[in-house]
Design a protein around this ligand. Structure first.
Ligand code: SF4
Ligand code: SF4
Length: 125
């Protein structure tokens, strides 16, 4: 009787689908609302520094004089505070995770030219 029960359990396990995926060969598609990592459309950033002030983990550094915006992904907890607070909405939460890294890297984005001031295009026209 005992052997029969064990055989039944083994047969059920062999014939049923895997409960897990063979990661990294088989990856689950990210959900639309997955909080993966922060992206900055740097050409639209006004270097106001609000995201730096709002970030609870001090992951963001803004150096206005040098037009540099930097983030330390390992410090980011994907809370989304910076995205909500950004006045020009150049920050977004991408739904894919950052690649694993053996080092605590900093992603530095440099802005070559500041974005045009609101209303500047209308005045030129
Ligand atoms: S998502 Fe949160 S933790 Fe990450 S950079 Fe923005 S404010 Fe900081
Ligand atoms: S809040 Fe937005 S506009 Fe201001 S520095 Fe951060 S990313 Fe740039």
């Amino acid at each position: 009787m005992g052997n029969f029960i064990i055989a039944k359990i083994i047969a059920r396990s062999v014939l049923s689908r895997f409960a897990t995926r063979l990661y990294p060969f088989e990856k689950r598609a990210p959900y639309a609302a997955t909080r993966g990592h922060i992206e900055n459309e740097i050409s639209r950033c006004i270097m106001c520094g609000i995201c730096q002030k709002k970030c609870p983990t001090h992951a963001i550094t803004v150096v206005r004089a040098e037009r540099n915006w930097a983030i330390e992904p390992m410090k980011c907890i994907q809370c989304g505070e910076c995205v909500t607070a950004c006045p020009v909405k150049c920050l977004s939460m991408a739904n894919t995770y950052s690649a694993a890294s053996p080092t605590k890297e900093t992603i530095l984005l440099h802005q070559e030219t500041p974005p045009p001031k609101p209303g500047a295009a209308k005045q030129e026209a």
